[in-house]
Design a protein around this ligand. Sequence first.
Ligand code: ARG
Length: 460
Amino acid sequence: GENMLWGGRFTGGLDPLMVSYNESIHFDKKLYKQDILGSIAFARANKKGGIITADEFDKIEKGLQAVMQEWENDSFVIVPGVDEDIHTANERRLGEIIGKEVAGKLHTGRSRNEQVACDMRMWLRDELRKIEGHIVTFLQVAADRAEREVEHVMPGYTHLQRAQPIRWSHWVMSYSLAFASDLERLREVVKRVNKSPLGCGALAGNPFNIDRDMMAEELGFEGLLWNSMGGVADRDFVAETLQWASMLMQHVSRWAEDLIIYSTAEFGFVRLADAYSTGSSLMPQKKNPDSLELLRGKSGRVFGQMAGFMTTLKGLPSTYNKDLQESWEAMLDTVKTVSDSVQIATGVLATLDIKPEKMRAALDPFMLATDIADYLVRKGVPFRETHHISGRVVALSEKTDTPMNELTYDQLKSVDARFEKDIAEYFDYERSVEMRSAKGGTSKESVLEQIKVLRQILNA
Ligand code: ARG
């Protein structure tokens, strides 16, 4: 313990297992850059406040840039048992490069508690903005496909049973608009992630009246965390990211599941590109949708990180506790999972082949039963009655083993006298989808309007 940066009052050595149990360097070194930029901003603000001289600042800044270089060209040597985390490692190395006399002034008025929150917030902000870009790309691919392929009609399902005909593009847009909500939520989350904790100190604030606004601006933060205790305690920015990611992955998993079903031989609506499929080591004929299965499966891991970290946070007492170090791996893993998943989903969607003839072949006249009921509604019959009448048409079709659209006019008349010759026009899938022309429906115009709404969200 006495070799550690905080070792002043410690005498005995640490249990070796405690050293590795406690260290976070093996994952938080990933944020060396944010840590160094945060330190430079802090030193600059201390120079402005007259806490360090201009000369000392120059030495600190140059020294920190030298440390950054070492990380960048992979020559930084982590000292096991000493470099507990990225903050202590960078400061230890700075001392070796510029001398402990000046390096020792960097941490004046500062705590690792504000430092770690600063590093994580900067990194997460930048990563979430990259993910935002990936989601926008995915949705552009989706919007383009939906527009290009709007003519194709396929079965829409409830309970995985054939329900009503829909446009393929209506299916595409059903998920796209859910992802667009994820995009809007993400833009909200980033606002709260991107607040500066620098100047919060260990918990009570900065004793040298440091210019917090100046540091925040230098590091690209939009605003401050306004209570120093909250500033160091807050990992809601991680929790909210994990919750946001869980919602997104829930959508990803359902989208993937639909496509897995649609790519079976039994459905055959879509065919996955080779780039996103794998073969079987045993069965030569197999082409498995591994990309989609992983997309479906990864949701479990993201929900797990979310639930796990919420459990870690629950009941913690005020301000910093080492439990908060558990936020790191949940954050790193979830960000990578989500970033990769959105990009894979984009590749899958961009290269997917659709089989419109298979979609059409899966349509079934029974899917027009609602339209038959609606036909009589238009003749003034109450819907509850027409529902029964249409049901009897379905029953007659089943009993006589005749597809519903092949029943004779007389057979229909025998079910209900109000059927007239124009009923024939209703046995038409195109007509059925075009009838759903209210906003949000599956008619061509309604689907094209959805695409327009989506593009507005993308450009917001
Ligand atoms: N590695 C620590 C973390 O990730 C840094 C903060 C340590 N602060 C402290 N007072 N021990 O949370």
